[in-house]
Structures are given as structure tokens and as C-alpha cells.
Design a protein around this ligand. Structure first.
Ligand SMILES: *[C@@H]1O[C@H](CO)[C@@H](O)[C@H](O)[C@H]1NC(C)=O
Ligand SMILES: *[C@@H]1O[C@H](CO)[C@@H](O)[C@H](O)[C@H]1NC(C)=O
Ligand SMILES: *[C@@H]1O[C@H](CO)[C@@H](O)[C@H](O)[C@H]1NC(C)=O
Ligand SMILES: *[C@@H]1O[C@H](CO)[C@@H](O)[C@H](O)[C@H]1NC(C)=O
Ligand SMILES: *[C@@H]1O[C@H](CO)[C@@H](O)[C@H](O)[C@H]1NC(C)=O
Ligand SMILES: *[C@@H]1O[C@H](CO)[C@@H](O)[C@H](O)[C@H]1NC(C)=O
Ligand SMILES: *[C@@H]1O[C@H](CO)[C@@H](O)[C@H](O)[C@H]1NC(C)=O
Ligand SMILES: *[C@@H]1O[C@H](CO)[C@@H](O)[C@H](O)[C@H]1NC(C)=O
Ligand SMILES: *[C@@H]1O[C@H](CO)[C@@H](O)[C@H](O)[C@H]1NC(C)=O
Length: 517
């Protein structure tokens, strides 16, 4: 019962006792708010739960993004070890930044479900498993990664939401990437609908100037079709925030403590009106120790043998603050308002995302294409993420020298133009460009080598790479080489959930507060 806001505690307790079961309730969205199945308003009172991966100190990685990760939901003993501390904190949700879909999560998920703790699962992985802000695309490999994770987690009853991205856009010049985030939300939402999952779809944004963060939030929520369907709209907008600020009303911005001691005094405001008119709670950063450019975080230490948890003063203070929140159980479900989606924000100099979204990646079309291309990327290493970018640069440059171009593999979220091969994974794109070059040079054997990274496909039709694209897009499963679609993403999408629920997520320092006025 600790997992519910006070106002809901008695009702939930009676229901659980009367039925003899303790199933965690589904959380859905109505209007801009979240509700549990019993009709009470739901607030996320959570904490980030993942040990930090290896952080590179690369100057090209100023945001201290990890290069690997430890899945925190595969070690049942560790989850059981941590549960009493999460219960002391009174949290009802944990956020996990990356999981490995090939591992077993049953023990941890059931431990947390039985304790009434929801999970917010980010679908992206470090390195090549996320939308690349420098060269954004929404491709088959990412869609498949995301859907594989959903397939593994959909059997659990305590997945509150899946995040399709974390801080992909970090400044106004990168806002064109929002088109790809929105496409990811569209395809994940459509898939959840197809498997009858009620899990929500979120995005966690870095904070920044309102001239681009406000339109970003509105864009991820908007309906470019004008049909008010919400098919491409996220359900939850999280704001990773290091500061305590309030727009709308008392216009002030106060830097919070992010080095110990952290007082967590913003918790009371986040869980009270007027913040609760907009926000649905937040998550503190972080349970485990973590370092960021903003400081040191973490409210417990784990002994080196993994057996013992030691809490710090920040733990005690957060526990006290969380124990004192009493958010309003209003508006009631019946008065939560209609599901309305606004028009998408106009592009301007600080917001560059088109409302024309990239198409749903199609595995069958890309497999068909790969099998029909005359010059194929045949790497001698399994670590292809280290060489594909270099080879693409080389191949595009060579192709350009013959008068060709890489437009077919390019995607531009600002102009809303997406080449016909842009949704294929980077390796298929590379094979395509290699083939275009090979053909542009009259199928000269030496044009399909790339220092031993490419091989002529003797079975390819003579009509060429561009013709292969046309035939594979028209009839994706036409060739024997096609492995078929591993996802079922192309159907029409109905409304899932409701618009405009916002969560004041604070995955970094403190609880966030931010208002859409
Ligand atoms: C992450 O990388 C670091 C540094 O290379 C290594 O020590 C650590 O074992 C890796 N962790 C995982 C889970 O692979
Ligand atoms: C997932 O776990 C498997 C088995 O340990 C491992 O081989 C694989 O590399 C992991 N995947 C990721 C993305 O870490
Ligand atoms: C929650 O929703 C799922 C569909 O997403 C449904 O299968 C399940 O029965 C619901 N759980 C409860 C406790 O109502
Ligand atoms: C761009 O539009 C947004 C609203 O969508 C606005 O907040 C922002 O100020 C505009 N930028 C400029 C430079 O006018
Ligand atoms: C964890 O241990 C480090 C190193 O001893 C210490 O500086 C830090 O305060 C500890 N954190 C907590 C939450 O106890
Ligand atoms: C990332 O690259 C590795 C090989 O280096 C590959 O096995 C994996 O599938 C790639 N992941 C994605 C999402 O493309
Ligand atoms: C893959 O290659 C890149 C670039 O060469 C390198 O930085 C990275 O460490 C390699 N990854 C692995 C798992 O070997
Ligand atoms: C997208 O197109 C715009 C307008 O032509 C251009 O300024 C921008 O550099 C392009 N972006 C990418 C990622 O190619
Ligand atoms: C493949 O391409 C990479 C990147 O250009 C290069 O380092 C490597 O030598 C090439 N050949 C082989 C066999 O990997």
C-alpha cells in the first residue's frame, strides 16, 4: 500500500483484501492525467535504478554518456536486496535506462510487481542502439531492438511505460531529430496496440531554453494528421532537470543543490497544486552512485561483494520528503477532459522538426534489397559499428565522384525528406551505396572491394541497385533471400491511451517542475 498516494491507500487496500489478490493495477491516461484502474489519480513517485556503465571521457562525449550498461533487472538477489530500501523510500516506480532482451528478468520484475513497484523501461541502448543525434535515422535495427525488448517485457504486469529516447535532442540545432523520435513513438505505440498492451510511451528530454524545449514537447504530443488520433503522440513527457524552476505564474528559476546535501524540498511542490495540474510526479536520480557533468549522485552505496546496502543522508531526506507528499486526487477520472491533440508547431530558427515523419522501417524490404544488391558489405569483423560510418563516408565520396549521390540513404527531419533506403539498417545502406558505385563504374571488379570489406554478389539481377529498391519496396517479400518481416508494424493504428499527460521526471538531480502554459 506504500506504493499509492495517501488518498488512494484505503480504497486500494480494501480492494486487495476483499479479492485476495494483490495484482498491481494498470495505469492509463485520460486527458493529461494518469489514473489507476480503480479511478484514482496516479503520480509517479520514483527513482532511477541502474548502476552506471563505463563513462568515456572523450571530448566528443561531453554528456558523459555510457559506452556499456549493466541490466539491473537480471539479478534477482540484487533486486531483493534493494527492495526494502525502495520500500523505505516509498517509491512506486523505478526507471531503468537500458535492458538486455536476451536475458531473464522474471525474478526482479516479480519482486517489484509484488511490492507494487512499476518500471519505466527505456528501449534504447548505448552506442549503436539509440537514435543518433549527430546523424538521426529511424531504422529497422532500432525498431527491431525496441520491439524485441517490448516482446520480452510485455508479459509483466508492472511496466508503466517504455521510453523511446533519452536526451536525443540537446540543443535547438538538433531539433530536426525530433521527427525520428516521433516516428519511434508512432511505431512503438502501434505495436503496443497490436499486442493489446496498455503500457504508455514516453520520451525523456534534457532541459533547455523554452524556445526549443516547449515546441519539442508540443511536437512530440501533436497530431500532424489533423485527425486528433494521437497515433504519433507520446503519452509521457519527462524532463531531466537539474534545477528547480517554475514557469507560468511565479516566474523564477532557482539552482538546486546537486552536490550533497540534497534537500529534495522540491518534492513537496511537485506533488502539490499548481504543479499537479500539469505534472504526474517525478523520479529522483539516482539510487546507485552516479557521476555526471552536473555532479555526484546516488543515495546508497553497495558493498563490493554486492551483499550490503548503506544509505546516505540524501536517502533519509528523500524518504522523509516522499513520505510527506499528499497529491490531490483530482481532477476525477470523469472530469479529466477530452483527448485533444494540437497542431504541430511551425518550424522556425529554434525549432527545426518537420511534421512529415519518416516511414515505418520495413525489415522485409531491406532484406529483399540486401539480397538483390550487386556489391555487398561483407565485414571481416563482428564489431561493425566501428567501421560502417567510415566506409559509408568513403563509398558516398566515391559515388559522388561518378556523379551519383547518397540521397537514397539520407534522411532529413527538417525538410521532411526521407530517401527510399533511409529506413534500412546502416549495413544495408552501405551495401546499397557500394552497389551504386560498383554499377556506376560499369561493374569493375576493383570497385567492389573497399579494402576487403565488400564482395560481388553474383546472383544479383542485372537491373541494378536502384531497380532493386523499386522492386523490393513494391513487393518486400518477393525474393528468396528475404527473411520476412520480424515486426507487424504496417497496419492502421487506433487511439491508445490519451493525450497530454506529462510527468515531471527528474532523472538527473532533483524532481522537475515545468509547465506548459
Ligand atoms: C563496461 O566497460 C568497462 C570498461 O571497459 C568494464 O570494466 C565493464 O566490465 C563493462 N561492463 C559491462 C557490463 O560490460
Ligand atoms: C546481452 O546478453 C548476452 C548474453 O550475456 C550478451 O551476449 C549480449 O552481448 C548482451 N547484449 C548487449 C546489448 O549487451
Ligand atoms: C492490464 O491490462 C492488460 C492489457 O494491457 C490486461 O491484459 C490485464 O488483464 C490488465 N490487468 C488488470 C489487473 O486489469
Ligand atoms: C519558435 O517557435 C516556438 C513556438 O513553437 C517559440 O517558442 C520560439 O520562441 C520560436 N523561436 C523564435 C526564434 O522565434
Ligand atoms: C558512498 O561512498 C563514497 C566513498 O566512500 C562516499 O563518498 C559517499 O558519500 C557514499 N555515498 C553514500 C550515499 O553513502
Ligand atoms: C550494434 O552493433 C553490433 C555489432 O557491433 C550488432 O551486433 C548489434 O545488432 C547492433 N545493434 C543495433 C541496434 O543495431
Ligand atoms: C568497436 O570498434 C570501435 C571503433 O573501432 C571501438 O571504439 C570499440 O571499442 C569496439 N567495440 C568492441 C566491443 O570491441
Ligand atoms: C536538412 O536540410 C536542411 C535544409 O536544406 C539543411 O540545412 C540541413 O543541413 C539538412 N540536415 C541534414 C542532417 O542533412
Ligand atoms: C574495412 O574497412 C575498415 C574501415 O575503413 C578498414 O579499417 C579495414 O582495414 C577494412 N578491411 C577489412 C578487411 O576490415
Amino acid at each position: 500500500m506504500y506504493n499509492l498516494p495517501r488518498l488512494a491507500t484505503v480504497i486500494a487496500g480494501v480492494a486487495a483484501f476483499a479479492s485476495g489478490v494483490h495484482a498491481i493495477q494498470n495505469v492509463t491516461r485520460t486527458g493529461r492525467y494518469l489514473y489507476t484502474a480503480d479511478g484514482n489519480r496516479f503520480f509517479i513517485k520514483g527513482i532511477a535504478y541502474q548502476e552506471q556503465g563505463a563513462i568515456s571521457t572523450d571530448p566528443n562525449n561531453p554528456f558523459l554518456e555510457p559506452s556499456n550498461f549493466t541490466d539491473p533487472l537480471i539479478d534477482g538477489a540484487a533486486c531483493s536486496r534493494d527492495l526494502p530500501f525502495l520500500q523505505q523510500l516509498g517509491v512506486n516506480a523505478i526507471r531503468v535506462y537500458s535492458v538486455n532482451s536476451s536475458l531473464n528478468h522474471d525474478a526482479c520484475m516479480s519482486t517489484f510487481s509484488n511490492a507494487g513497484i512499476y518500471t519505466i523501461i527505456d528501449l534504447a541502448l548505448p552506442v549503436n542502439g539509440s537514435i543518433d543525434r549527430a546523424s538521426p535515422a529511424w531504422t529497422t535495427n532500432l525498431l527491431d531492438l525496441y520491439l524485441n525488448t517490448i516482446n520480452v517485457f510485455s508479459k509483466y504486469d508492472n511496466v508503466l511505460a517504455y521510453n523511446v529516447g533519452n536526451e536525443v535532442v540537446i540543443d535547438p540545432t538538433g531539433t530536426g531529430a525530433a521527427a525520428f523520435i516521433k516516428a519511434a513513438a508512432r511505431d512503438v505505440k502501434s505495436y503496443l496496440k497490436s499486442i493489446s498492451s496498455s503500457a504508455l510511451v514516453g520520451y525523456a528530454a534534457i532541459d533547455g531554453d523554452s524556445t526549443w524545449v516547449d515546441p519539442l514537447a508540443n511536437y512530440l504530443d501533436c497530431d500532424p494528421s489533423g485527425s486528433n488520433s494521437g497515433d504519433t503522440s507520446i503519452d509521457l513527457f519527462g524532463l531531466n532537470n537539474y534545477e528547480w524552476l517554475q514557469r507560468c505564474g511565479v516566474l523564477q528559476r532557482v539552482r538546486l543543490h546537486y552536490l550533497p546535501p540534497r534537500l529534495w524540498t522540491e518534492v513537496q511542490a511537485l506533488f502539490s497544486s499548481p504543479m499537479t495540474d500539469i505534472w504526474s510526479g517525478g523520479l529522483a536520480f539516482s539510487y546507485f552512485p552516479a557521476t555526471s557533468s552536473q555532479g555526484q549522485f546516488g543515495i546508497v552505496n553497495i558493498s563490493s561483494d554486492g551483499s550490503t546496502v548503506t544509505t546516505g543522508d540524501d536517502f533519509s531526506r528523500l524518504k522523509t520528503q516522499y513520505s510527506e507528499v499528499s497529491p490531490p486526487n483530482s481532477p476525477t477520472l470523469s472530469s479529466a477532459g477530452p483527448n485533444t491533440f494540437s497542431a504541430c508547431p511551425q518550424e522556425n530558427s529554434t525549432f527545426l522538426a518537420s511534421s512529415t515523419l519518416p516511414p515505418t522501417p520495413n525489415d522485409a524490404a531491406c532484406s529483399c534489397l540486401e539480397s538483390e544488391l550487386s556489391c555487398q558489405f561483407t565485414p571481416k569483423t563482428t564489431n561493425t559499428s566501428g567501421i560502417v560510418g567510415t566506409l559509408l563516408d568513403t563509398a558516398c565520396s566515391l559515388l559522388g565522384g561518378t556523379g551519383g549521390s547518397c540521397a537514397a540513404i539520407s534522411a532529413n527531419g527538417t525538410t521532411g525528406t526521407y530517401g527510399s533506403v533511409a529506413f534500412c539498417d546502416p549495413e544495408v545502406k552501405l551495401s546499397f551505396v557500394m552497389s551504386e558505385y560498383y554499377e556506376a563504374t560499369g561493374r569493375l571488379a576493383t570497385s567492389c572491394d573497399f579494402s576487403g570489406n565488400a564482395t560481388v554478389n553474383s546472383g544479383a539481377p542485372s537491373s541494378g541497385a536502384t531497380a532493386a529498391v523499386t522492386s523490393c519496396l513494391a513487393n518486400p517479400s518477393a525474393t528468396a533471400g528475404s527473411s520476412g518481416s520480424s515486426n507487424n508494424k504496417n497496419g492502421a493504428v487506433g487511439l491508445l491511451g490519451n493525450p497530454q499527460a506529462w510527468w515531471g521526471l527528474a532523472s538527473r538531480a532533483s524532481s522537475a517542475s515545468w509547465a506548459v502554459c
